[in-house]
Design a protein around this ligand. Structure first.
Ligand code: MN3
Length: 253
């Protein structure tokens, strides 16, 4: 009898425990979600920390259609970029990299790692930045005073900046990226890198913190634009998420 009561009490308590644990998980879930949200809002610190897994896109594949078609976006995000993330995690496992630390730490000393880590670490980082740099409501000009003044003092005018950045993308031979980055003197610079390299890498010819990156690999534009990379670049300006770029820049100066 006593045993039975004890068991019933135990079961009742267990149920409470389960409920409590479930509630705890739910609370942790919403906490993570709110952290994720603040990350998306690109708080100063989070703008510079990239994990080893793909983050969800903040818009639908077809919502950038005035610049990039939905099929290109879908293949680009769910196949090309997803493969970089998978291969990066694979390389991290093989080479003993702690994936709870920011990817930036690895990129800064990428010469110490394999080519697989370089290609996929760069590929993953570059694409995570690329997706966040785009928005269905993007385009136009930046509004943040600090970024506007840095662009104007660095490149004479916003239009001149656009031309120089576009040229960096157009003139990149083969596959690669055009960058707006902050150099060690905190100055904005434009440059480009081949393949999946980026200015964070110790092996790159240009060095600094990427603020804005443009993917000029053919997979980013070929379905709609074929060989006309310049047309893709011109259209891409219409979906640039200047709010995110401004936050990224302002978090560093
Ligand atoms: Mn790409």
């Amino acid at each position: 009898m006593e045993t039975s009561i004890s068991r019933r009490t135990f079961i009742a308590n267990s149920t409470k425990t389960v409920v409590a644990v479930t509630a705890g998980v739910a609370a942790a879930g919403s906490l993570l979600e709110s952290c994720g949200t603040s990350k998306k809002a690109s708080g100063p610190a989070s703008a510079l920390r990239t994990g080893f897994a793909q983050e969800p896109l903040q818009y639908t594949y077809s919502s950038l259609d005035r610049a990039i078609d939905g099929t290109t976006m879908e293949i680009h995000y769910s196949k090309h970029a997803a493969a970089y993330a998978t291969n990066l995690q694979d390389a991290a496992k093989t080479e003993g990299v702690d994936t709870s630390k920011p990817l930036e730490d690895v990129l800064a000393r990428i010469s110490k790692f394999s080519t697989k880590m370089r290609n996929n670490g760069g590929g993953h980082y570059n694409h995570e930045l690329f997706w966040k740099s785009l928005s269905p409501s993007g385009g136009g000009k930046p509004e943040g005073a600090k970024l506007v003044s840095a662009i104007e003092s660095g490149f004479n005018s916003f239009d001149s900046f656009k031309n120089q950045f576009s040229d960096a993308g157009k003139n990149r031979f083969g596959s690669g990226w055009a960058w707006l980055f902050i150099d060690s003197d905190k100055k904005l610079r434009i440059g480009s890198t081949p393949n999946q390299d980026n200015p964070l890498m110790d092996v790159a010819e240009i060095k600094g913190l990427p603020v804005l990156g443009l993917d000029v690999w053919e997979h980013a534009y070929y379905l709609r634009y074929q060989n006309k990379r310049a047309d893709y670049i011109n259209a891409w300006w219409n979906v640039v998420n200047w709010g995110y770029i401004q936050n990224r820049y302002e978090s560093q100066i």
